[in-house]
Design a protein around this ligand. Structure first.
Ligand code: ADP
Ligand code: MG
Length: 349
């Protein structure tokens, strides 16, 4: 495991303030809305006449990530990516993040620095400023909480509640890949637990592993939509599975929907993994979590514009609420969708 103490510096040699200094040194502010970043009692931001969006996610060791197979750098990257994904899902642009960590004694300075390497890389890629956080100790596992702050014009914001009957339902990328990656990692972990001499066999699965361990937020889709002057009528990021997110949109917008199984984009590696595990790949794409793709609706007359955006697929349409929430399967059967989702609180029981 990466945090093997035998080869690293004990955090007590730096102390809390020393560690914070080490982790935040050399941060350069990129955004004009950041007036003061790390170093004072609070960061100072200036959004002038724009709306501000704020979102937080808490990642807990053993619940949201497993250090048996999660590289620390990837973990840092993912902590930022999942938060900026929520900002994009509002059709807003992320500008600042704060990062709070609780660390146990088994982590070395080097281990925490690896997490921050991932955090810094993600901040670079998503063009956000790390403007603060908190550092404390934990008796057991590692916790990372990230808050992301972003901006949008008021009339650009996309809520879950804005979908209207006849709107087109669109998704970015492909679905189920992160879940397929998780299944693979869990399978190899179980094999390893039974026989520590067995080496994990992860070959040929690079894509789904990357989707699980180092997900990306769809900054590019946010940008393409802006270029095409499309403001989605509703939007959400897919963290708990397509079914679950669709139901959120339908519930908040008081509408129904029909989506077509054959139109849901699924990558070849996801297909392959589902086959290996004797599972239906549609279970992965409908209920698998952590894809961080964008699910959104646009008015029907935007069909041509949205079709032109690379990596966006129309998978169905919004209906009146009375029509219900349905999946039309490949053999043309209507199935009422259920949110099985991917809820770590459920799994704990
Ligand atoms: P306070 O006592 O006011 O909470 P701290 O000593 O915790 O101040 O933090 C000092 C500065 O370092 C603050 O600007 C804070 O936001 C920042 N900071 C603390 N921990 C982290 C961290 N893990 N990552 C980034 N910035 C941090
Ligand atoms: Mg503090």
């Amino acid at each position: 495991m990466q945090e093997n103490k035998a080869q690293g510096t004990d955090i007590s040699t730096l102390g809390e303030f020393g560690l914070i200094k080490q982790l935040t040194k050399g941060i350069e502010i990129k955004n004009s809305s950041t007036k003061v970043g790390v170093g004072d009692d609070a960061a100072v931001l200036d959004y002038q006449n724009k709306k501000t969006v704020v979102t937080t996610d808490l990642l807990v060791e053993g619940i949201h990530f497993d250090l048996m197979y999660t590289p620390l750098k990837h973990l840092g990257y993912k902590a930022i990516a999942v938060n900026v994904s929520d900002v994009y899902a509002m059709n807003a642009c992320p500008k600042q993040v704060t990062v709070s960590i609780a660390i146990s004694k088994r982590f070395t300075v080097e281990a925490i620095e690896e997490i921050y390497d991932g955090i810094r890389l993600a901040c670079e890629n998503y063009n956000v400023d790390l403007v603060g956080g908190d550092t404390t100790s934990s008796l057991t596992g590692l916790c990372i909480s990230v808050t992301a702050i972003g901006e949008a014009e008021e009339n650009e914001l996309a809520y879950r509640s804005g979908a209207k009957a006849n709107d087109l339902i669109c998704v970015s990328g492909n679905l189920g890949a992160a879940y397929a990656g998780l299944q693979l990692l869990e399978r190899e972990k179980a094999i390893f637990a039974n026989n520590p001499n067995m080496q994990p066999d992860l070959s040929g699965h690079d894509y789904i592993l990357e989707r699980q361990l180092k997900p990306e937020a769809r900054k590019d889709i946010y940008e393409r939509l802006k270029e095409a002057q499309i403001v989605p009528t509703s939007m959400i990021d897919i963290s708990d599975g397509l079914s679950s997110e669709l139901m959120h949109i339908c519930e908040e917008s008081k509408v129904g929907c029909q989506i077509y199984e054959e139109k849901i984009p699924v990558d070849y590696e996801t297909h392959k993994m589902a086959e290996e595990l004797n599972m239906n790949y549609s279970t992965f794409s409908l209920n698998g979590g952590e894809d961080y793709e964008l699910l959104f609706t646009v008015p029907l007359d935007k069909f041509d514009d949205v079709e032109k955006i690379e990596d966006v697929k129309v998978i169905g349409h919004i209906t009146e609420a009375s029509k219900g929430i349905y999946l039309i399967t490949r053999d043309n059967t209507e199935i009422a969708l259920q949110a099985q989702g991917w809820n770590p609180l459920k799994e704990e029981k």
